[in-house]
Design a protein around this ligand. Structure first.
Ligand SMILES: Nc1ncnc2c1ncn2[C@@H]1O[C@H](COP(=O)(O)OP(=O)(O)OP(=O)(O)O)[C@@H](O)[C@H]1O
Length: 588
């Protein structure tokens, strides 16, 4: 129960509701327990009448009518109170579920990229949905059924012992067996349903990947193999479902068997006692049969609740594991800081701790506000890493990065990120309208702002050709747009923010050189007093930059301007000549 203590703050938050729920539960059970006693009363009256008691038929009718009225009244009140019991306690569990989901989600948002690299997306999703769901079962149903069982048991046992102590002992004898059996069964059901869940998520991952990668599957003609693999997985999943259904099918027969055993005991022992004169009325037997049936379900829930609590404890442990991870990138400055665009790298080295790859070695450069830097280099040479470090997605191991002369870690993290417009290599678009995807960079942007940004990113003409224009909804990862269109929408998203620093990570790779030229000219105009860094594999993207650096294996191997670099031996000149001859071939 140590892990579940995390929920105490929520129980405290909803204490009034919870307390009300507990009181309602207790009162509801008291009313429910009037029925067996009233039924016995009926038997007593009928027995007296049959034995020739001094009843007239109209007075017995009146007495029976009164008792029936009480039975209906008690059941009615118990029913209403049971409704409110669920409305309070189960509602509290839903509030707690909602709060916990928000807490986990907010925490996820604070965690650094490293965390997301180390943990699978499916795992993150499971903890926020399935695990929180299991914890809710503890916060609601488990508490409700426990109070229910305890109250019902205490009150019923008091009534039963005061009525017929020996019969009571026999009646409750099978109940612990029922409880233990249900506990064992619930554990087995849980074990098998976890396996079923695993198979379901395997199946959904498989289908999701097949549909996302359907073009590759079709292009390689491997539909039959994919179907075979799906069938095999589905067959395994079916077997696991059947094995779960087998144990689930045992649940009710077991309950019926044990209820039957208790009823038999009541009838047999009660009957003997009636014959011996130990109990006065057959009504007592009827009363006890009702108790048995009333107590069976709560007793069964003891086993069930135990297994719910164990599952909730395990789930909360998994949730706490993530909640206890402190964000690696911490905001140490609470006031806003000014980001104007002077950037300086001073002997920066950086190693990714998950792969131990040293991505940057002693990298130094300075950029004044308004200047443009182009970074070139072979793949894996560390270009994207430089951009990630400017956005402080990772903290550096050695050296210093400053913006406006202040160390990057001394800037307010929100000011820093607000001051940067970042266009990633892999343009990610949300399943939303094009307009909202562009506005993502600036929630309060007007339609005119959106259009102007799209024009600057040279995508406006494409967008207005769609039937719904800017209101065109993009599919998962923007599948309705071409690669180049996606990149340009992503550029518009950065432009609309009008940040001081613009970071473009090879984001023109999918557009033709002519469009690239036009976009770069527009960017040149926009970024007059903004600092721009363009990562590229093309000399055409770099040639107008104020500074160019060439990276190799994390080190700067060349730096200068286009003119100086095409006259010096090295990667840049080589690339320039290669791309020049390629473009000449294209023109032929
Ligand atoms: N998140 C990460 N975790 C671990 N290693 C990484 C991570 N990102 C990059 N690397 C490694 O760091 C090195 C530099 O990667 P980086 O993405 O900066 O190169 P790049 O020059 O931008 O490459 P490309 O031109 O292919 O985009 C590579 O060896 C890469 O495998």
């Amino acid at each position: 129960m140590k892990e579940l203590q995390h929920l105490n703050k929520y129980f405290f938050k909803y204490k009034t509701y919870l307390l009300l729920g507990i009181i309602i539960t207790i009162v509801a059970r008291i009313f429910l327990l009037f029925t067996p006693r009233l039924v016995r009363e009926i038997f007593v009256i009928v027995e007296k009448y049959k034995d020739g008691g001094d009843f007239g038929s109209s007075s017995i009718q009146a007495e029976l009518g009164e008792i029936i009225f009480y039975i209906i009244g008690a059941a009615f009140i118990a029913g209403i109170l049971t409704f409110f019991m669920r409305q309070t306690i189960i509602n509290v569990s839903r509030y707690i579920e909602f709060d916990l989901k928000n807490e986990v989600y907010e925490h996820y948002q604070k965690l650094s990229l490293n965390f997301y690299k180390k943990n699978r997306t499916g795992d993150l999703m499971n903890r926020i949905s399935e695990d929180v769901g299991r914890v809710r079962m503890y916060a609601g149903p488990a508490i409700m059924y426990s109070i229910n069982t305890v109250t019902l048991f205490i009150i019923a046992l008091i009534y039963m012992f005061s009525e017929a102590p020996k019969l009571t002992l026999y009646t409750i004898m099978p109940l612990p067996i029922l409880s233990v059996a249900i506990y064992k069964l619930s554990r087995e059901i849980h074990k098998r349903s976890t396996i079923v869940q695993e198979y379901l998520s395997k199946l959904s991952t498989f289908t999701q990947e097949s549909f996302s990668g359907i073009s590759v599957i079709k292009a390689y003609g491997i539909e039959p193999e994919t179907s075979k693999n799906f069938n095999a997985l589905a067959a395994d999943s079916k077997d696991k479902h059947l094995s779960l259904a087998r144990v689930q099918a045992l649940f009710f027969p077991m309950m019926i068997l044990l209820i039957g055993a208790s009823n038999l005991l009541v009838i047999y022992i009660g009957g003997m006692q009636y014959i011996n004169g130990e109990i006065e009325s057959l009504g007592t037997i009827a009363e006890f049969i009702i108790y048995v049936n009333m107590l069976t379900w709560p007793v069964a829930t003891v086993g069930w609740v135990t297994s719910i609590v164990q599952q909730a404890e395990a789930s909360q442990k998994r949730i706490n594991e993530f909640l206890n991870i402190a964000p690696e990138i911490k905001n140490t400055v609470n006031v806003d800081t000014n980001i104007d665009g002077d950037i300086s790298f001073n002997n920066v080295s950086f190693t990714y701790d998950d792969t131990n790859i040293q991505a940057l070695k002693n990298v130094s450069f300075t950029l004044k506000q308004g200047e443009t830097l182009a970074i070139l280099g072979k793949t894996g040479s560390g270009k994207s890493t430089i951009l990630d470090l400017i956005g402080r997605l990772y903290d550096i191991d050695e050296g210093t990065i400053t913006i406006n002369g202040t160390k990057i870690s001394q800037h307010n993290l929100t000011s820093l990120r607000n001051g940067i417009g970042y266009v990633p290599q892999d343009a990610f678009l949300f399943s939303d309208t094009i307009k909202n995807n562009i506005k993502f960079g600036k929630e309060d942007a007007t339609d005119e702002d959106v259009i102007s940004a799209a024009k600057k990113a040279h995508v406006h003409k494409n967008i207005i050709k769609f039937n719904n224009g800017y209101d065109t909804v993009l599919g998962e990862r923007g599948i309705t747009l071409s690669g180049g269109q996606k990149q340009r929408v992503s550029i518009a998203r950065a432009i609309i923010k009008s940040p001081q620093i613009l970071l473009f990570d090879d984001c023109l790779s999918a557009v033709d050189t002519e469009t690239e030229e036009k976009i770069l000219t527009n960017l040149n105009k926009i970024s007059q007093n903004k600092t721009t860094i363009i990562v590229s594999h093309r000399v055409s993207s770099a040639k107008n930059a104020d500074k160019i650096i060439v990276l190799d294996n994390g080190e700067i191997v060349q730096s200068g301007t286009h003119d100086t670099l095409i006259n010096a031996e090295g990667y840049y000149k080589h690339l320039y000549l290669k791309q020049l001859s390629e473009s000449e071939v294209d023109m032929d």
